[in-house]
Write a new protein. Structure first.
Length: 279
């Protein structure tokens, strides 16, 4: 497949005002791509270094209008459910190359890899249909694990508030349930590699390590973790992802590293939080 020079390639980033999307947009700009950013009506203003393009994930026709004239659309921001599938198809119908962000959890429990057929848990069941439509339309998938680093992500938004209320890190079920994880800047670097090299209809896993949840919450809490009683409703801070807390999944990104030359450089999620707590 022939790829244009980045300096001649126009890229629209959906989600550039958010956590992971902001790092992705910055990495693409550093690589020489001409980056613009979707501006949602009433949303957080697009950073001044990017040209704002009006559009809304909840309005697929507006996504099609926004994607017109772009070589690549990188969708990092998301809207759950059928609208995400319809929006992805609307973007691909313009002829733009879509790089769509899914999630490693769509693959389901057990040991999985880039070519595993998704068996998603109910909480993210909608992602399987999105993936199917993206691949069928010649789009490209990026599946991050738990995104961490630089003060954002699920750890900061859910685990830390729960820890602060309870006074310890909290895990559910049992010890040894694994989550895949990736540092936000390593993920951003992968979007660049995907834009440069990935063929249509391919999927890539953004995972640098697989961590036991009980070890993760202990690291975040400075070493102290407790198991939430099985006979009690899950804590409100993590109730929406309770199913993921109980799903042991170990995700390989060996193919992504081998074929795209992805070389993550940031500390593992455990080392990152242990260092952060230490000081």
């Amino acid at each position: 497949m022939n790829f244009k020079d980045p300096h001649e390639t126009d890229v629209l980033v959906i989600g550039a005002t958010g956590y992971a999307g902001g790092y992705a947009a910055a990495a693409l700009a550093r690589a020489g791509y001409r980056v613009a950013a979707l501006q949602r009506p009433g949303g957080k203003p697009v950073p001044p270094e990017y040209r704002p393009v009006p559009g809304d994930l909840a309005d697929p026709p507006s996504l099609a209008a926004a994607a017109q004239g772009f070589d690549i659309v990188v969708q990092v921001g998301r809207i759950e459910g059928d609208l995400e599938s319809v929006g992805a198809e609307a973007i691909m119908d313009t002829g733009a190359r879509l790089i769509h962000t899914s999630g490693a959890d769509v693959l389901g429990p057990g040991q999985t890899h880039e070519d595993t057929v998704p068996v998603p848990p109910a909480v993210v069941a909608w992602r399987a249909d999105v993936e199917r439509r993206v691949l069928a339309g010649g789009g490209i998938l990026v599946r991050p694990g738990l995104i961490y680093g630089n003060g954002g992500g699920v750890v900061q938004d859910m685990l830390v508030p729960l820890q602060e209320r309870v006074g310890a890190g909290v895990y559910l079920g049992r010890r040894g349930i694994h989550w895949p994880a990736v540092h936000v800047e390593d993920l951003a670097d992968l979007y660049v590699l995907v834009a440069q090299q990935a063929a249509p209809g391919t999927a890539w896993n953004a995972v640098t390590d697989n961590v036991a949840i009980d070890e993760l919450v202990a690291a975040v809490a400075g070493g102290h973790a407790v198991c939430w009683p099985a006979d009690r409703e899950a804590p409100e801070e993590i109730r929406v992802i309770e199913e993921l807390y109980l799903m042991d999944h170990i995700v390989s990104a060996d193919k992504t590293r081998r074929e795209l030359g992805w070389k993550p450089v940031h500390p593992s999620v455990l080392d990152y939080y242990r260092a952060a707590v230490a000081g």
